[in-house]
Design a protein around this ligand. Structure first.
Ligand code: KIV
Length: 278
């Protein structure tokens, strides 16, 4: 007789345990209730409500314009669809950089109004004090180093990080400082695989979640729209693996609906309500 193991709720402690045991952590972004429910039922460990919503949901060219109110709305929707996964909310540009007070107020909104269980903030060693204050307030934090999209104007484009000695040592020092400050995990974005491997083995308890950072991280994250093909055709970074091609399916469904409405074949009698009178 086979015993079906019941899936347990994922918490920040689960993520720490997974790192210790060498179990790989699977993370996808989500922005709405229904997608969150499907990903949760599929067994995803972490649902990240990324500020990539600015790009893939709202059509902006960068993540900079998205507001706290919009991100809290997406987070609340995702949390309503979550059963077992850990929900992490991405703090938008300038919602945590100005002061610790601002960071605590805004991070608190994600937990209190959005029902998230952790927040993510971008930045290395310079963000360690902010991370420490948030954790002291009971707010678990996921860090994010490498190519951090909120600083795209400083990087001057999507350039792979951690290739030079200076960049590698800044990233390693940053990851160690974020671990010391208490981050339960850190996203490593667009980084030389060797640097990501060095960080992953240097961190004792903090799990690394890679995106374009090679195979040696403790886990991997991708943007849900990207893996479903719901992206600009010219956006095809080397690290992206596409698992479905939804645009032709959506276009075909829309075209058939339009044809049926125009030809009068929709709705049929079976799809309509009678008065009930003979
Ligand atoms: O906003 C986002 O989707 C992210 C992931 C790509 C890590 O930060």
């Amino acid at each position: 007789m086979s015993v079906v193991k019941k899936r347990e709720k994922v918490t920040v402690s689960t993520i720490t345990r997974m790192k210790a045991r060498g179990n790989k952590i699977a993370v996808l972004t989500a922005y709405d209730y229904f997608t969150a429910r499907l990903l949760d039922q599929a067994g995803i460990d972490i649902l990240l409500v990324g500020d990539s919503a600015a790009n893939v949901i709202h059509g902006y060219a960068s993540t900079l314009p998205i507001s706290m109110d919009i991100m809290v709305g997406h987070t609340a929707a995702v949390s309503r669809g979550r059963e077992k996964a850990l929900v992490v909310a991405d703090m938008p540009f300038l919602s945590y950089q100005p002061s610790h007070k601002t960071a605590i107020r805004n991070a608190g909104r994600f937990l209190a109004e959005g029902n998230a269980e952790a927040v993510k903030i971008e930045g290395g060693i310079e963000m360690a004090a902010t991370v420490k204050r948030l954790i002291e307030c009971g707010i678990p934090v996921m860090g994010h180093v490498g190519l951090t999209p909120q600083s795209i104007n400083r990087f001057g484009g999507p350039k792979v990080q951690g290739k030079t000695d200076a960049s590698r040592s800044y990233l390693v020092e940053s990851a160690l400082a974020l671990e010391e400050a208490g981050c339960f995990s850190i996203v490593l974005e667009l980084m030389a695989s060797e640097t990501a491997a060095e960080i992953t083995s240097a961190l004792k308890t903090t799990a690394t979640i890679g995106i374009g950072a090679g195979p040696h991280c403790d886990g991997q994250v991708l943007v849900i729209n990207d893996i479903l093909g719901l992206r600009e055709p010219e956006f095809k970074p080397r690290f992206l693996r596409e698992y479905a091609d939804l645009p032709p399916i959506i276009s075909d469904a829309a075209r058939r609906f339009i044809d049926d409405v125009r030809s009068g074949s929709y709705p049929s009698d079976n799809e309509s309500f009678g008065s009930g009178k003979p």
